[in-house]
Design a protein around this ligand. Structure first.
Ligand code: DC
Length: 230
């Protein structure tokens, strides 16, 4: 009998539909969800709140190791994230927070400090792990590895729509599509080009290009791949 909780690793760059797919899969299978990007975002936020530079590797790694974070299910089914007892679910989703996260994620000591914390999420009945290196570094023995890709222009458009929907009520859409495209290209280059755990599919990952697919089509593809656990 297999005593180890199964893991489905879902990797890929931002804007490919990973977050939506992972939440859907977690609900569909009744498994836990690891949003590993949130840990890098939280590390960057906690570092900035302590007035430390994002480039000070050993101090940022200490911040990562000591992160006081709580993940709970929000009323809307999404994750509610608290840092030092304060709700930061919205604060860590900004473009600035994503860019800061990408900077600290390039530091090997920071990645090492977050490794065991991520592996602790592997519990029964199973785990959906959302990130960049889930299938290559954190869970190289994952039972299933999915890797999503999409055209950068389409990813920028999706992000733009997401941001405009979010900001409509607050009336403060202050980022252009062109600026988003530039930021996505910069972040891709940093995530793919870094020496520590660069963004790359595991050799045994199943790759899907989501550029011309709806969310429903992406979920259906993943559901087929996850057949053994349904
Ligand atoms: O998925 P996300 O946008 O929340 O991730 C934020 C940043 O963190 C992203 O630029 C890459 C980094 N990241 C990483 O290096 N490894 C992970 N497993 C998840 C995210």
């Amino acid at each position: 009998m297999n005593q180890r909780p199964p893991v489905i690793a879902v990797d890929g760059p931002s804007g490919v539909g990973k977050g939506t797919l992972c939440q859907w899969l977690a609900t569909e299978l009744g498994w836990r969800l690891l949003d590993s990007g949130a840990l890098y975002r939280l590390t960057a936020l906690a570092t900035q709140r302590r007035n430390l530079p994002l480039t000070d590797e050993s101090r940022v790694a200490t911040v990562a190791a000591e992160l006081n974070v709580e993940f709970t299910a929000g009323t809307d089914g999404g994750l509610r994230i608290a840092l030092d007892g304060e709700e930061v679910s919205a604060a860590i989703r900004s473009e600035a927070a994503g860019n800061a996260a990408s900077q600290v994620a390039a530091l090997p000591q920071v990645r090492a400090a977050l490794l065991q914390r991520q592996r602790n999420f592997r519990q029964f009945p199973g785990l959906i792990a959302d990130g960049r290196d889930m299938g290559t570094v954190v869970f190289p023995d994952a039972e299933l590895k999915l890797f999503l890709i999409a055209d950068p222009g389409e990813r920028a458009r999706r992000r733009y729509t997401q941001l405009s929907e979010k900001n409509l009520s607050e009336n403060k859409m202050n980022v252009s599509l062109a600026a988003l495209e530039r930021e996505i290209a910069e972040r891709d280059a940093r995530d793919v080009g870094r020496a520590a755990a660069p963004l790359t599919p595991a050799t045994d990952a199943k790759i899907l290009d989501t550029t011309y697919l709806s969310i429903a089509q992406v979920c259906e593809w993943a559901r087929q791949q996850a057949r053994p656990w349904r």
